[in-house]
Design a protein around this ligand. Structure first.
Ligand code: APR
Length: 269
């Protein structure tokens, strides 16, 4: 890290150590070093399946039904390999240090919880939770159980085709169909009230690994800034939210967050 970047990191660490009460706002970039591709970068899902991209994964599958098993198989392989990376672990450490209040994430991979953060608002839902289309009941799936069920669904889809997908899905006690509880484009986001409340009370917001182009999630840094928080963005590239950042630390979150956390720890000793 060059000397300017080191100086900025030290300045930011000083601010965070003094202010505390952090809320982290994360996007797909935070999970990239866990092997989960981002959406909008070259080679990402929307880059490769543009016609369906505007309506998310379900849109891609509707646009390319014959390729649904291949797309879902790729998604399954990615989730099977994914583990919290040093960026996720640094956020859990900041919570243990009593500095980080909560994580507001756009990601559906459950990696913030697996890393150890206990207050995680999942605006776009979670792949590891099922929602009953009949009674609305939600059930959390253990990671391995989820991966096994997902794998069986794909195998059955290969045999019987996507048109029978609904008959292949798990059922709720009420008889309704379970679907993964992620938020498809056009559906209402989850935990928005709690997220807005949290960002309005924070004194530091870490904006991590997001292009900042999807609303209402991308409106949250503006709420935090209007409420007086210091906005610190960490990203290898500038984003649509960089204009709101008081400080921009350029680099991957898996590298910068652990360094920042160490700098903060030294100031608290
Ligand atoms: N560390 C941090 N950030 C990174 C890294 C990294 N190692 N690698 C890439 N990035 C940044 C990119 O520069 C980009 O700004 O991660 C961001 C990823 O942007 P997107 O792919 O647009 O992901 P995200 O912002 O989370 O998308 C928001 O869009 O498709 C929907 O529902 C989906 O939740 C998603 C939402």
């Amino acid at each position: 890290m060059d000397s300017d970047a080191q100086k900025t990191l030290a300045e930011v660490a000083e601010i965070v150590a003094q202010r505390g009460h952090i809320v982290a706002f994360s996007g797909a970039g935070v999970s990239k070093e866990s092997g989960i591709p981002t959406f909008r970068e070259p080679g990402g899902l929307w880059d490769r399946f543009e016609p369906g991209a505007s309506s998310g994964i379900m849109g891609v599958i509707s646009a390319f039904p014959e390729r649904a098993p291949e797309i879902l198989e790729e998604l399954l392989a990615t989730f099977r390999k994914a583990k919290p990376n040093p960026g996720h672990l640094a956020l859990a450490e900041l919570e243990r240090m009593g500095l980080l209040h909560s994580v507001v994430t756009q990601n559906i991979d459950n990696l913030h919880r697996e890393a150890g953060n206990t207050i995680v608002y999942e605006l776009h839902g979670s792949m590891y939770r099922l929602r009953c289309l009949g009674c609305g009941r939600k059930v959390l799936r253990e990671r391995e159980v989820f991966l096994e069920e997902f794998s069986r669904l794909i195998a059955a889809m290969k045999k019987q085709g996507i048109q029978n997908i609904f008959s292949l899905m798990a059922r709720c006690e009420c008889g309704g169909l379970f679907r993964p509880d992620f938020v498809a484009f056009g559906e209402a986001v989850q935990d928005l009230h709690e997220s807005v409340d949290a960002v309005r009370k924070c004194r530091v917001m870490l904006v991590l690994g997001t292009s900042g182009v999807v609303y209402p999630a991308a409106s949250l840094p503006g709420y935090a800034r209007d409420a007086g928080a210091v906005i610190i963005e960490i990203n290898p590239n500038r984003s649509a939210l960089t204009r709101l950042a008081h400080h921009f630390l350029q680099g991957p979150t898996g590298v910068v967050l652990p360094r920042l956390t160490e700098e903060i720890r030294q100031r608290l000793q």
